[in-house]
Design a protein. Structure first.
Length: 174
């Protein structure tokens, strides 16, 4: 599966790419922002991939100009409730302060709300990850009720809030 839009490609994660992703996740520059911060072994990565390689989890390698630069996902999809949890990280430092994460958010948001037809996208963000909080608020996510004192805070995004933010972001990407 591959999604091409907004100048980027999202390519569904395959078994032959999980070692690359494992190396990215074990890098301290990524690991420190994750809820799970333990070292990931090859065996752990294999078990994880076997567990998530299904229609309730979509993990995509972010590709820009032919280069694999990060990972985005919508996971733990509950089709009855219409919910799923999103996430993203850009591994390649060259693209950290670029518009790539917004291009990716537009692609992923379109997939979540128009292809999968979910009603609500969720995200857990560690409260000390100020950059991720700012980014997600620009995308229209809102802190869920009673999350102020939690370390790993829940944010939510409705289709309507996505569409409002997407209209602004799309203008900036052109």
């Amino acid at each position: 599966m591959e999604i091409n839009n907004y100048g980027i490609t999202l390519r569904r994660l395959t078994r032959d790419k999980i070692e690359m992703v494992r190396n990215w996740r074990n890098d301290p520059k990524i690991q420190r922002f994750m809820e799970f911060r333990d070292y990931i072994t090859p065996e752990m990565q294999q078990k994880w991939f076997d567990r998530i390689n299904n229609d309730n989890n979509y993990y995509f390698i972010i590709v820009f100009r032919g280069k694999e630069i990060g990972l985005t996902n919508i996971k733990d999809i509950d089709y009855e409730k219409g919910t799923g949890e999103g996430g993203i990280f850009i591994y390649d430092d060259e693209y950290l302060n670029s518009d790539i994460s917004f291009r990716c958010a537009m692609c992923t948001g379109d997939f979540i709300f128009y292809t999968l037809k979910l009603k609500l996208s969720l995200a857990h963000i560690c409260r000390d990850n100020k950059r991720a909080i700012q980014y997600n608020k620009l995308l229209g996510l809102k802190l869920a009720e009673n999350q102020e004192n939690n370390y790993n805070q829940l944010y939510t995004l409705t289709k309507e809030d996505f569409e409002k933010s997407a209209a602004k972001i799309k203008r900036l990407l052109q």
